[in-house]
Design a protein around this ligand. Structure first.
Ligand code: 2HG
Ligand code: ZN
Length: 470
């Protein structure tokens, strides 16, 4: 354990009940959903206000105490892991929920507010925060912004950064370096807010944000289609784009994912046919229709029939009411938990959508040759070219052996992704897990510029050391 100042100094700043070194608390607050590392923080603290966050950072800066800023800890790249005697700075108590400004379509909230709480707060005004994550009950706004979270509706709404009006963030030395504004337009020089978004707590600590809100989505319909190949899935996507209906989500999962979801959840088979891939498509139902077009629901039904006739899909089902649609979404949303018992190595890559099918063929070829017999679950957000690749630990294989085999496989995978002009992290971030691969995807000059920025904002290197930029 590194030498740390007396814990009493921190307790004097925040009060004893806002600081803990209890071993159970350290384990709980010192880790995220990554299951690769052991949590080993020095202490955890829960400031109640931006001023207290600033006081903690000033103290850490003066004392050289490394800090891991911590939100809902649902990340999958180790960005919120405290593995080396750090202070976990939890934003959990920053739960301010401001009044919804209906005309400005915005709301100011504390970093610790969970997505779902925010969505419920805005719904009575017909508005919502459109970063829609499977982990919405736990993930927080601060974490959403620190990681530029994506989720299930990026194809329609984009990432968290698209919905940010103002950001309050405290710098490494305790100064507030970005303030809450609520402006839709502000072109007064470079945008520091957007630099902080996605920096995973390595440049500053997000304490609050003014968020832009979207209108609550109108009625939608969800189709689930069984397709023979990724190429066919992309054909469904191409056709979906031509329907003149708003595309809200376009997801995919492989038959292996479906098998695990069925085994884990006991849900019934969604379709009669079992095929290599399933596409889940959510489209807006324009209730008004138009004089020249049949109603949206009828158009979707006809489209499905066409897909089945021309054999782009072998089976399909359509849900037009909310409950039925949620049932179809469950097959996609429950994949992560269903794979968890196999301690999967998670990858989160993206390539241009138009190259996804070719990429999957190459990936499969590599797996057949180099990892025969391995179960590798493919799912993700096809509409954004984002594929989650989860390698499941073969039964009986020791964890250490599995990790080594995965490290080698990652190297081959990232070379392939780079050849396709892709990214090794479409939405989960870099954290600890991907850091060593960054030079494959960012040029030397880019990394130098980012390094200079890190040094300027955090010269003592106390903010989330070992992650992303440090
Ligand atoms: C999802 O899309 C999440 O469900 C989790 O990004 C992906 O478990 C994963 O690999
Ligand atoms: Zn995802």
């Amino acid at each position: 354990m590194n030498l740390r100042p007396p814990i009493g100094e921190l307790q004097a700043l925040l009060g004893a009940e806002a600081v803990s070194q209890d071993p159970g608390e350290l384990l709980h607050w010192g880790r995220d959903w990554t299951r690769i590392y052991a949590a080993a923080p020095w202490a955890v603290c829960w400031p109640r206000s931006t001023a207290e966050v600033a006081a903690v950072l000033r103290w850490c800066h003066a004392r050289g105490v490394p800090v891991v800023p911590s939100g809902g800890r649902t990340g999958l790249a180790g960005g919120a892991m405290a593995t080396a005697g750090e202070l976990v700075l939890s934003l959990d108590r920053l739960r301010y929920l401001g009044p919804v400004d209906v005309l400005n379509r915005s709301v100011a909230v504390g970093a610790g507010v969970p997505n779902q709480v925010l969505q419920e707060h805005c719904a009575p005004h017909g508005l919502w925060w459109p970063v829609d994550l499977a982990a919405k009950g736990t993930a927080t706004i601060g974490g959403n912004l620190a990681t530029n979270a994506g989720g299930l509706r990026v194809v329609r709404y984009g990432h968290a950064r698209n919905w940010l009006l103002g950001l309050e963030a405290v710098g490494a030395d305790g100064q507030i370096i970005s303030e809450l504004r609520a402006l839709h337009k502000d072109n007064s020089g470079p945008d520091l807010r957007q630099l902080l978004v996605g920096s995973e707590g390595t440049l500053a600590v997000v304490t609050a944000a003014t968020l832009q809100l979207a209108p609550l989505p109108g009625p939608t319909a969800v189709a689930l289609l069984a397709c023979p190949s990724m190429q066919a899935v992309l054909e469904v996507l191409a056709q979906a784009h031509t329907l003149k209906l708003e595309l809200h989500a376009f997801e995919v999962f492989s038959d292996l994912c479906l098998s695990h979801v069925l085994a884990r959840t006991g849900l019934p088979q969604p379709l009669q046919a079992r095929l290599p891939f399933y596409a889940l498509v959510e489209l807006g139902l324009d209730p008004a229709g138009s004089a020249h077009q049949p109603p949206a629901g009828a158009r979707m039904e006809r489209w499905l029939e066409r897909l089945l006739t021309d054999r782009t899909a072998a089976d399909g089902t359509l849900a037009v009411d909310h409950r039925a649609a949620q049932k179809l979404w469950a097959y996609r949303e429950r994949i992560t938990e269903s794979l968890q018992p196999w301690t999967p190595r998670k990858n989160d890559i993206s390539v241009p959508v138009s190259r996804l099918a070719e990429f999957v063929v190459e990936l499969q070829r590599w797996l057949d040759h180099s990892r025969p017999g391995w179960q590798v679950a493919l799912f993700g957000h096809v509409g954004d070219g984002n594929l989650h690749i989860n390698a499941l630990r073969p039964e009986g294989m020791a964890m250490v052996e599995f990790q080594q085999a995965c490290d080698l496989a990652d190297e081959a995978l990232y070379q392939l992704v780079a050849r396709f002009g892709g990214s090794m992290s479409a939405e989960h971030g870099i954290g600890l897990v991907k850091k060593r691969w960054l030079p494959l995807f960012r040029s030397k000059a880019e990394l130098q510029a980012l390094g200079a920025l890190k040094h300027a904002l955090d010269p003592a290197g106390i903010l989330n050391p070992g992650k992303v930029l440090s």
